[in-house]
Design a protein around this ligand. Structure first.
Ligand code: ZN
Length: 189
């Protein structure tokens, strides 16, 4: 992902996340636009880490779970039929339909590694970027903290604080202390 100029602010950016995008973890928080994920895609996120990232994004209102309208699902299906290729899932169709629908509201960028989806998005002229880059999941670590007593837990499956019973929240913890805004995205070999 390249650095997006601050001066291009007139275009409201909307990032639409495929399931694999949760691997970006805390870096999603830093994206310069709204985050959306289709409902069926969200249901595909099952790993504990993925769920933790999702729940944190939803709890902080950073991410909106979206259900595209039938008319846009139909347009996604049409695009799929025109492009051809292997079968795609209902979640993929929702992803594409969401991209089409939200394109009416701003500049859409879909974060996906799915080749078939990328192909159809390209056909539709919708921007997409890959998620996987080496080392990306290692830069941040997620922990759960208790907002009441401040205890910190590495076990992401905990939902309530064992000490005081308060509901825990997931927060990213940066492992390497390096974040300047010059667009150097943890460029290490
Ligand atoms: Zn506590």
């Amino acid at each position: 992902m390249k650095e997006s100029g601050r001066e291009q602010r007139q275009a409201y950016r909307i990032y639409i996340l495929d399931a694999g995008a949760v691997l970006l973890g805390a870096r999603l928080q830093a994206l310069d636009g709204a985050l959306y994920m289709p409902k069926l895609v969200a249901e595909e996120v099952r790993s504990p880490l993925g769920r933790t990232v999702l729940e944190a994004l939803i709890a902080s209102r950073r991410l909106t779970i979206f259900e595209p309208s039938p008319q846009f699902l139909e347009r996604a299906r049409q695009a799929y039929l025109e492009v051809g290729g292997r079968g795609i899932s209902d979640a993929d169709l929702q992803l594409i339909a969401t991209a089409i629908e939200l394109s009416t509201r701003g500049k859409v960028i879909v974060l996906t590694d799915d080749y078939a989806v990328q192909n159809i998005l390209g056909f539709l002229g919708i921007e997409h970027r890959p998620v996987s880059q080496r080392g990306i999941t290692r830069v941040f670590k997620w922990v759960k903290i208790c907002p009441a007593c401040g205890s910190r837990y590495d076990d992401l499956r905990l939902s309530r604080c064992p000490k005081c019973g308060t509901e825990l929240i997931a927060v990213p913890r940066r492992l390497r202390k390096r974040e300047d805004s010059k667009g150097s995205e943890t460029r290490r070999s």
